[in-house]
Design a protein around this ligand. Structure first.
Ligand code: NAP
Length: 246
């Protein structure tokens, strides 16, 4: 087991990639804090982990609200005594072409995908700095690297996440903290279910291996980067996208 007795928080773990990552980490021996804005989804993921004899507890928190993020970190340390890993996975889309994008669509996506990652990363880094070790993993996207039609707001945040990742890697490396990002391609989750079937089919055909990705593909990448096997990897952006180039 690659994450035996490590304490890990996964945000946005109620469903999709976050839920799969939480389950993968538990199978690898981690004590997993399932965090999400949606209580029902939190409980569902925690129950699924416990049904497989994993160790987990749930925290309902909105990553945009600093008090809730601070409480999430405090409750984790109170329950498990430390925080080894945080996966800043919570993210949203609100797509529109540039000329039609509303201020509200811009603000909402910036809030969750950028401020949310900042809030969680900063709060976690304080505990990890005191401990002298830790791993921070951030959710970027292929869309942050290449841009995408109708996703000005989302692409800006996912490129911004790369900037934060590289800055934190430089700032925190001397404190024993590694920081990396994962840039998924098109992964079959509730987020991409909103996309037209023909776009998903096009993405599949663009991949040299002619496949979309699945949440477990991303969970596997997070598990590797969180483990000691990745001890020499920091400031990296791991593309997990089936080789697709937009
Ligand atoms: P998802 O299925 O939509 O799941 C995201 C989870 O985050 C949901 O449970 C959602 O709760 C929760 N969430 C939303 N806002 C939150 C907030 N303010 N605080 C806490 N939790 C919040 O998304 P996914 O496809 O698994 O994607 C996960 C991450 O990977 C995202 O950062 C996404 O940008 C990134 N990513 C995904 C893909 C893809 O193809 N799926 C590709 C590249 C990158 P609700 O119930 O409220 O929605």
């Amino acid at each position: 087991m690659r994450l035996k007795d490590k304490v890990a928080i996964i945000t946005g773990a109620g469903r999709g990639i976050g839920a799969e990552t939480a389950k993968k980490f538990a199978k690898e021996g981690a004590k997993v804090v399932v965090s999400d804005i949606n209580e029902e989804d939190v409980n569902k993921t925690v129950e699924e982990i416990k049904a497989e004899d994993g160790e987990s507890f749930g925290i309902v928190a909105n990553v945009v609200i600093r008090d809730q993020v601070d409480k999430m970190i405090e409750d984790t340390v109170e329950k498990y005594g430390k925080l080894d890993i945080i996966v800043n996975n919570a993210g949203i889309t609100a797509d529109a072409k540039l000329v039609k994008m509303t201020e509200d669509q811009w603000d909402k996506v910036i809030a969750v995908n950028l401020k949310g990652v900042f809030n969680c990363g900063q709060a976690a880094a304080k505990v990890m700095t005191e401990q002298g070790h830790g791993v921070i993993l951030n959710a970027s996207s292929i869309v942050g690297i290449y841009g995408n039609f109708g996703q000005t707001n989302y692409a800006a945040t996912k490129w911004g996440v790369i900037g934060m990742t590289k800055s934190w890697a430089k700032e925190l490396g001397g404190k024993g903290i590694r920081v990396n990002a994962v840039a998924p391609g098109f992964i079959v989750t509730p987020m991409t279910e909103k996309m037209p079937e023909k776009v998903l089919e096009m993405m599949k055909n663009k991949s040299p291996i002619k496949s979309l990705g699945y949440p477990e593909d991303i969970a596997n990448a997070y598990a590797f980067l969180a483990s000691d096997e990745a001890r020499f990897i920091t400031g990296a952006v791991l593309s997990v996208d089936g080789g697709v180039v937009l």
